[in-house]
Design a protein around this ligand. Structure first.
Ligand SMILES: Cc1cc2nc3c(=O)[nH]c(=O)nc-3n(C[C@H](O)[C@H](O)[C@H](O)COP(=O)(O)O)c2cc1C
Length: 299
């Protein structure tokens, strides 16, 4: 089977274009190791904040039929714990360790600057900063704050799809110095328990991921691909090798998987990669350069 090596930047080529998205494996070094052993070409941590956050009370997540709705309330042990998690990951994974993308979240550009300094000291191959709101001015401030404090480590800014001017957002991120854009975060939503006459999740609203997110993600990735010349890490509703091919054709350079692991466990990595390989072979694509952004090429 061809693994389709994926050159994300000059400094970073992944064994395959399939990676673990942020969150579904929590902040567990053992689950990152499982993802690496199961075929993820890179693993993304769950989002770390400057300080410990307890997170939301249960219920925080459920399968509603077309995907997941989740609101964990940013539960995490704080960035100072990331050091222990990453060293445990490296030790347990040994020769099977794959590159780590460190996902971080803050409310302001100032907080992002401090959080980035602490994260960069741990030397991940990429810092993925989760943009708090899809606003061009904020995107510009946050991107600059993260890039200026990343000590040369490449930065990807992760965006939400609920933005009407994706191209302006993308330009702000590019001009701020980011090396990549991750698209997309889940979209806001709500479930109601009619018998209890109240929202299902403890926090009221949550974020929708899984199959329902795929067409929204494809649309955003397509807009990004046409707007800026930055590698795109595509995430949102990838459940099969065909979904993966579609996301690459929209313009993603590599593809993250999240909710699929909730439904299937870590065997999803090898199944999706096998399906993708079969698609590439049956359709005669020899490498990723022949498929990335394919739907936009003029014949
Ligand atoms: C349980 C859960 C936790 C998540 N936590 C984070 C997080 O901490 N930071 C982040 O940027 N994205 C987080 N995400 C979003 C995912 O990384 C991804 O963008 C989203 O789920 C869409 O991909 P999917 O449809 O494959 O799940 C989380 C998603 C889920 C389902």
């Amino acid at each position: 089977m061809n693994n389709y090596p994926c050159k994300l930047f000059d400094q970073l080529t992944l064994n395959t274009p399939l990676i673990l998205a942020s969150g579904v494996s929590g902040n567990s070094d053992s689950l990152l190791v499982r993802a690496a052993r199961s075929g993820a070409a890179a693993v993304t941590t769950k989002g770390f904040t400057l300080k410990y956050r307890k997170g939301a009370d249960n219920p925080v997540s459920t399968d509603w039929g077309c995907g997941l709705i989740t609101n964990l309330g940013l539960t995490n042990p704080g960035v100072d714990s990331m050091k222990y998690m990453l060293s445990a990951y490296v030790e347990k994974a040994g020769d099977e360790a794959v590159p780590v993308f460190a996902n971080i979240y803050a409310d302001t550009a100032e907080e992002f600057a401090e959080l980035t300094r602490k994260t960069a000291a741990l030397n991940p191959v990429l810092i993925e900063a989760d943009l708090p709101a899809p606003d061009e001015n904020l995107a510009s401030e946050v991107t600059r704050a993260v890039c200026e404090n990343a000590a040369g480590i490449p930065v990807s800014i992760k965006i939400s799809p609920d933005c009407c001017r994706i191209s302006r957002l993308a330009e702000a991120i590019r001009d701020g110095g980011a090396s990549a854009i991750t698209a997309v975060n889940p979209i806001p939503g709500m479930l109601i328990d009619a018998y209890a006459a109240k929202p299902f999740l403890s926090n009221g609203t949550g974020w929708i991921s899984g199959p329902a997110l795929k067409p929204i993600a494809l649309n955003v990735i397509g807009e990004l691909y046409q707007a800026v010349d930055l590698p795109i890490i595509g995430v949102g509703g990838v459940m099969s090798g065909l979904d993966m091919a579609e996301m690459l054709m929209a313009g993603a350079r590599c593809v993250g998987v999240g909710s699929a692991l909730y439904y299937e466990g870590y065997s999803a990595f090898s199944r999706i990669m096998n399906e993708f390989s079969a698609f590439m072979e049956s359709e005669g694509y020899r490498d990723l350069d022949e498929i990335v952004g394919k739907i936009w090429w003029k014949s």
